[in-house]
Each structure stands twice: as structure tokens, then as C-alpha cells.
Design a protein around this ligand. Structure first.
Ligand code: GDP
Ligand code: FO1
Ligand code: CA
Length: 328
């Protein structure tokens, strides 16, 4: 069975661990979000690709959900001693090696997709991991300067500024209102080699419980990818990242607000739309929203959606595959 999964970082990676346990023989292609990518100290950092690669390759810091296990922080401390900014993004020593290899290979002319394949030769994630695009796309968040701690006296409300998504999330912990989400570079981005073919040839396409705006939404924004999904023969089944009207973790509520979508399992399904989704799974505690999703033309079912361990996550993956088989 050929399965294509559109994935962000932690939500996508944890779901994939369960999917692999549920279907060890499946041929899984992961289209990874690169809108979270950031250039720091001359290095290209790809948090969502690395989270998937480290999680499936058993190198992840499991408690944190991102970065390497058994990490040390000497480089970070030395950079801080030089007074070099930014200090708010935590790159560990082991993680640095990944970014150095990636940046070096890209400097030598290799596209990100080829570099990702080379990095995966070490980690053996057991899936084919492809970035959504080889072209640079970096998500920015429009905020009001009056809500920033470093607001200059005299800044009046209404003065808007776009900051990098990582600055919004990691430095500001998504505290300021997000007024718009801008994936800079997306209009000119092309799907990476293999992405459209994998979608066209898939038996099943899954949206894991990843962020609907800054993970799945960004991937869908790469020209050509949404159309390929709509035209694909395979059913597209999604799992809600919103449980009980709130994200399980992260800032999905803030970025959903920015795009005018309510933070609920129903609203996210409608946001993707019946043209795209052939099935939607909501958490058991949201069973009363099944009817509203189905009224919108999307077959829906309620099952436990908390990825507490691999077995619980594998059950979610099986339910998604069962639903795909039914709606096909
Ligand atoms: P990120 O890039 O690290 O933010 O990860 P993703 O975009 O892949 O996934 C983030 C989303 O995963 C958030 O919106 C969370 O609500 C969702 N999420 C995390 N853990 C769980 C879980 O156990 N169950 C469900 N249903 N969603 C989860
Ligand atoms: N998330 C944080 O909350 N704080 C950090 O310092 C941080 C550093 C970091 C370094 C490498 C990496 O691959 C991911 C990192 N993340 C960090 C996670 C990253 O911000 C993710 O993009 C978010 O979890 C949302 O997708
Ligand atoms: Ca992400």
C-alpha cells in the first residue's frame, strides 16, 4: 500500500510513528513542511523535516518533541558569550551537525530534497521524506508592534510588522495577536521532485493531526499540491489536531484566528473543504460534532485521538486507513 502523508513537526512525526507500527509493510512518502525553516548563524535549519527524521530515526528528544536526545549546549553557550543574537532559538551541539551538513551540501549546489535524502541515509526513518519544495519558503506572522515587549514609545496600535514564525512562536510564545500568516516565497515555489508523482500514485493520502495553518496549510499553498490532491484517485483522510475546541499543544488557535477559522474540529474540516477531504476523524470527546462535519459533505467518525503512546497512535492510523477504504 502506497501512503502519502503531509506532515508538520511534532504532530506529524508522532502520527507517523503510529502509522509505521500499524502498517509496517506500507510504502510511506512524507511531504514535509518547510515553512518553519530559518537561517541562523549562516546555517539552514529545517525544524519540521528534522523532527520527522529524528523521531522516526530514534534520535529525538521525546519529552521535548524536537531536537536531539542526549543533547549538549556548548556552542550555544559560546555564542552567547560573544553576545551573538538571537539567543532565543535553542540549537544543540548534536543538532548543529545536521545544519552544518545541510548548509554545506546546499552550498555545493544540492537541492534540499537531495540533502534530506542524504541526511536520512543516516537516520533511516523508514519512510521517504521529501520537503514540500526545494525553493525557499519562510512563514511570517503579522503582529501589531504595540503588543511587542520591545515596542518603541510612540508606536501606535495599528502599526503592523511581519516577524518570522519562529520568532512569533519560540521567542514570543505566540502571545501577541496574529493578524495574518504570510508564507514568504510560496507563490514562486515549485513542489519538490517526487511530490506530485507520489500524490498521483498513492492508494491513500493522510493529513495527520498537524497544524492546519502553518504546517498542512503551508504545504497546500505550494502551487500545484492542492490541485494534485483534489485530482488524486486516492481518498484523502484527515485527523483533527483540535480536541475539545483547543489545540492539544502549540499555537494552532492563534494562527487559526489569523485566517478567520474557529478553533474547532468542525471548522478545521470545513476549512479544508469537502473538495479536498474524503474523510475526517474527530476525537471521541467531540462526537457531537460528527453530524456538523457530515452536513458539510465530509464523512466523519469520532475515535480517541490522543497520541499518548505508539499503540494508541497506531489505532488512530488504522482507523484512518479503514475510513479511506470505506469512502474509496
Ligand atoms: P509542529 O510543527 O511541531 O507544530 O507539529 P505539527 O504541525 O505536525 O502538529 C501540531 C499539532 O499537533 C497541534 O495543532 C496539536 O494540537 C496537534 N497534536 C499534538 N499532539 C496531539 C495528539 O495527541 N492528538 C491530536 N489529535 N493532536 C495532537
Ligand atoms: N522550539 C522551541 O520551543 N524552542 C526552541 O528553542 C526550539 C529550537 C529548535 C531547534 C531545532 C529544531 O529543529 C526545532 C526547534 N524548536 C524549538 C521547535 C520548532 O520551533 C518548531 O518549529 C515548533 O515546534 C513549531 O513547529
Ligand atoms: Ca512546524
Amino acid at each position: 500500500m502506497r501512503i502519502v502523508v503531509l506532515a508538520g513537526g511534532i504532530g506529524g512525526a508522532r502520527f507517523l510513528r503510529g502509522l509505521k507500527a500499524a502498517e509496517p509493510q506500507a510504502d510511506i512518502t512524507v511531504v514535509g513542511n518547510t515553512g518553519d525553516d530559518i537561517h541562523l548563524f549562516g546555517l539552514k535549519v529545517c525544524p519540521d523535516l528534522d523532527t520527522v527524521m529524528y523521531t522516526l530515526g530514534e534520535g529525538i528528544n521525546d519529552e521535548q518533541g524536537w531536537g536531539r536526545r542526549d543533547e549538549t549546549w556548548s556552542i550555544r553557550e559560546e555564542m552567547a558569550a560573544y553576545g551573538v543574537e538571537p539567543t532565543w532559538f535553542g540549537l544543540g551541539d548534536r543538532d548543529y551537525a545536521t545544519h552544518i551538513v545541510r548548509t554545506q551540501m546546499m552550498g555545493a549546489g544540492y537541492p534540499l530534497s537531495a540533502v534530506t535524502e542524504a541526511l536520512c541515509a543516516r537516520w533511516k526513518p523508514g519512510v521517504r521524506l521529501i520537503p514540500m519544495s526545494d525553493d525557499r519558503v519562510e512563514t511570517h506572522v503579522v503582529v501589531d508592534t504595540a503588543e511587542l515587549a520591545d515596542a518603541v514609545a510612540g508606536d501606535r496600535p495599528g502599526t503592523r510588522k511581519a516577524i518570522h514564525f519562529q520568532e512569533y512562536w519560540v521567542k514570543l510564545r505566540a502571545a501577541p495577536t496574529a493578524y495574518a500568516i504570510v508564507p514568504v516565497g510560496i507563490e514562486e515555489a515549485k513542489p519538490a521532485p517526487g511530490v506530485l508523482a507520489a500524490i498521483a500514485e498513492a492508494d491513500v493520502i493522510l493529513f495527520p493531526p498537524s497544524n492546519p495553518v502553518v504546517s498542512i496549510g503551508t504545504i497546500l499553498g505550494v502551487p500545484g499540491i492542492r490541485d494534485a490532491l483534489v485530482e488524486a484517485e486516492a481518498p484523502v483522510v484527515g485527523l483533527s489536531p483540535i480536541v475539545g475546541g483547543a489545540p492539544v499543544r502549540g499555537m494552532a488557535d492563534k494562527v487559526l484566528d489569523a485566517v478567520g477559522v474557529e478553533t474547532s474540529a468542525v471548522a478545521v474540516a470545513k476549512h479544508y473543504g469537502p473538495g479536498l477531504l474524503d474523510g475526517w476523524l474527530v476525537d471521541s470527546t467531540d462526537a457531537d460534532s460528527v453530524a456538523a462535519v457530515e452536513e458539510a459533505g465530509i464523512p466523519c467518525r469520532a475515535i480517541p485521538l490522543m497520541m499518548t503512546d505508539v499503540e494508541a497512535t497506531a489505532a488512530m492510523a488504522r482507523a484512518a486507513l479503514d475510513m479511506a477504504a470505506e469512502v474509496r
